[in-house]
Design a protein around this ligand. Sequence first.
Ligand code: ADP
Ligand code: MG
Length: 226
Amino acid sequence: MLIKAEKLGKVYGSGENKVTALHRADMEIAEGDFISIMGPSGSGKSTLLHILSGLDFPTEGKLSYDGQDICKMNDRELSAFRRRRIGFVFQQFHLLPVLTARENILMPLLLDRKKEDRAYLGELAELLGISGRLTHLPHELSGGQQQRVAIARALIARPDIIFADEPTGNLDSKSGGEVMRLLAEIRRRMKKTLVVITHDSQIAQMADRRFVIMDGMLSEEGVTIR
Ligand code: ADP
Ligand code: MG
């Protein structure tokens, strides 16, 4: 899957409250890419990720997945598209507190009325080191374990691409490092595209292509601006 962003812009609010969060961002994401986007707080990282993943619309520019303009899809098409093709990992895990780890992981399949694949769930749990935690509720798990459950949930519908917004932001450096190593390893083994937002330069260095964003201006490291 080729993702092509052309001159994406995002303006929030109007008049005195106007904020240009993203300014004419160009980006091409090829299948299997491992990309990091680094920038300080408030630089537009989440805005860019939300737009790239179809969670929000740009106020300017164009975004296509394999030539298909996703801004032209209706809500139902777009949410089905996201459920099937895209996996999300958030800083705050976003697990449902009353569901077990296993139920949380299976939620995307439930929403899509798909049958669970026991073998695949077992494989993911094994890879992520949470096989013994599947019947636990989120509050019975450590932060690192909760994030690994969230990663399994992001992968359960076999998406092509994973978007992670500061996946280690709520973790100490040891479990954060572990979560990143697992994400990178799974991406390699399962041949996924991975886009990770971070403000940690060590994490950014793990990626093959590195972008930096400052005040809504995006640039790729090692690539001169035309
Ligand atoms: P980052 O993820 O890099 O911390 P964000 O993309 O969340 O940055 O925010 C970029 C800028 O846009 C910030 O100035 C922020 O205050 C502003 N912003 C983000 N979301 C909204 C919103 N829904 N309404 C108004 N301003 C917003
Ligand atoms: Mg953010």
